[in-house]
Write a protein that binds this ligand. Structure first.
Ligand code: SF4
Ligand code: SF4
Length: 208
């Protein structure tokens, strides 16, 4: 060990250099802005791109956007979406709808692929993240619950779609409404009458 190194070590020992360094560091941190949030009394400000619970959306006139095309189900890497589609007559026009729609939120990895895959922007991700429960069966969101989430957190879902360039802020979502080509609706209408849309019996309040 060289003489210079020895002197340096001696100086550090005499002046308690390491303790001094630690004190200086602690003092510096007293002047740094706090980053810790006292959750749940303080909530974080989440960006519009935040991927929280999924919700199903309706058009401005209250009509369901989903056309039961199954593209979200096909895009989901976790296989946690199940869509059952059907056809109903609405104002004399045959329209395709999802008669059942379930998402198992325990399997969802919040990748957002289902939202991107949807051709009518019927799915949106919200900022809802507080839905932990002791009963994981309640985390299978059925159609009614997904529409409840979509209605309660519509502004979040809309902001998510705008942030991901899937919808414009001022644009009416009706622009994306899906209709069968007229030759198909004319061909289907005279045949066996299709069921009218009925209110969903599963409708219940979101408890999250
Ligand atoms: S966010 Fe991803 S994992 Fe979750 S339902 Fe959509 S596609 Fe599936
Ligand atoms: S949410 Fe979109 S992609 Fe999924 S079934 Fe409905 S219309 Fe199709």
């Amino acid at each position: 060990m060289s003489l210079r190194t020895k002197l340096s070590m001696l100086r550090d020992q005499v002046f308690l250099r390491e303790i001094l360094d630690a004190l200086i560091l602690t003092f510096r941190h007293t002047r740094v802005k706090e980053v810790t949030l006292q959750y749940p009394h303080q909530k974080p400000q989440l960006p519009s791109t935040h991927r929280g619970a999924l919700g199903l959306l309706k058009y401005e006139n209250g009509q369901e956007r989903c056309v039961g095309c199954d593209l979200c189900e096909a895009a989901c890497p976790s296989h946690c979406i199940k869509v059952v589609s059907g056809e109903v007559q609405r104002d004399g026009v045959v329209v395709r709808v999802a008669t059942a729609f379930d998402i198992d939120m325990t399997k969802c990895v919040f990748c957002g692929f289902c939202v991107e895959a949807c051709p009518v922007n019927a799915l949106g991700m919200t900022k809802l993240y507080e839905y932990s429960t002791a009963n994981k069966r309640t985390l299978i969101f059925n159609k009614a619950k997904l529409y409840e989430v979509g209605e309660r957190y519509y502004s979040d879902a809309k902001a998510y779609l705008v942030a991901h360039h899937q919808e414009d802020a001022g644009e009416k979502a009706q622009t994306y409404q899906y209709r069968f080509p007229s030759y198909l609706s004319q061909a289907a209408a005279p045949q066996s009458p299709l069921p009218k849309e009925a209110p969903d019996p599963d409708a219940k309040q979101v408890t999250a």
